[in-house]
Ligand binder design. Structure first.
Ligand SMILES: C[S@@+](CC[C@H](N)C(=O)[O-])C[C@H]1O[C@@H](n2cnc3c(N)ncnc32)[C@H](O)[C@@H]1O
Length: 221
């Protein structure tokens, strides 16, 4: 939707996703929001075929799941025109873990989530890795930024509970113990109490952004 706004009604956005349910949901949201300049292509991101020279290739929370992100970024960069933008946002767990290490329940939840993520092959430090990956994919060293949301309200502190809920199948498959976290139904309120009693704030995962321009034939970005 952000890209659809940037390119405007005369532009075009192509969303790549391999999961049909996600495409269906995204399509419904596009219709609801009134965008007509977005189409979806069901494909593995490592096998995207499109003839056009796009002005930008943009992705969020995708390279972290791929076994060979350098190869995928190299092949995606072929879809951009010379001088076009490659921009990706990926996670960094390091600030997330460090800034909340003094909160035992919060940290115990993060440890389970991280174990489940890593057990699925996800890279929890793909954000910082972007700097190297861009260069190894033949692109210039990217401009980078790190955003770490902070908060203490109940909506904010329930995030580990919600993530654990969506990761439950992976947690079950990997036989990761949830018992140390106590009763699941009361987890949101216990997380909130831990934060409020210590007059603390918590963070969400750091989101690291990286962007660079594709060099033209003479090698200039
Ligand atoms: C964490 S979600 C991020 C979704 C979206 N980019 C966002 O920021 O909200 C990761 C998405 O990547 C999709 N995905 C994972 N591996 C993929 C692959 N190899 N090719 C295409 N899509 C993939 C998953 O189906 C999932 O919808």
């Amino acid at each position: 939707m952000l890209m659809a706004r940037v390119v405007g009604p005369s532009g075009e956005v192509v969303g790549i996703e391999r999961d049909q349910r996600s495409i269906d949901r995204a399509r419904a949201r596009m219709v609801e929001a009134g965008f007509r300049n977005v189409r979806f292509q069901r494909s593995d991101v490592s096998e995207v075929v499109d003839e056009k020279d796009f002005d930008a290739v943009v992705g969020r929370f995708i390279l972290m799941f791929l076994p060979d992100p350098v190869a995928v970024l190299r092949s995606l960069s072929k879809l951009a025109r010379p001088g076009g933008v490659l921009a990706f946002q990926e996670v960094s767990w390091a600030p997330f873990l460090a800034l909340t290490a003094h909160l035992p329940l919060w940290s115990a939840c993060l440890s389970v989530i991280l174990q489940a993520f890593k057990g699925c092959g996800a890279n929890s430090e793909m954000g910082p890795a972007l700097y190297r990956i861009f260069q190894e994919a033949g692109l210039p060293a990217p401009s980078m930024q790190l955003e770490v949301p902070l908060g203490d309200d109940a909506e904010f502190t329930r995030m580990p509970h919600d993530l654990l809920l969506s990761l439950k199948p992976q947690i079950g498959r990997q036989r990761i113990a949830l018992e140390p976290l106590g009763d699941f139904d009361t987890l949101p309120s216990r997380l909130q109490t831990e934060v409020v009693e210590r007059k603390a704030f918590v963070t969400w995962m750091g989101v690291m952004g990286a962007w660079a321009r594709k060099p033209n034939d003479s090698g200039h970005a």
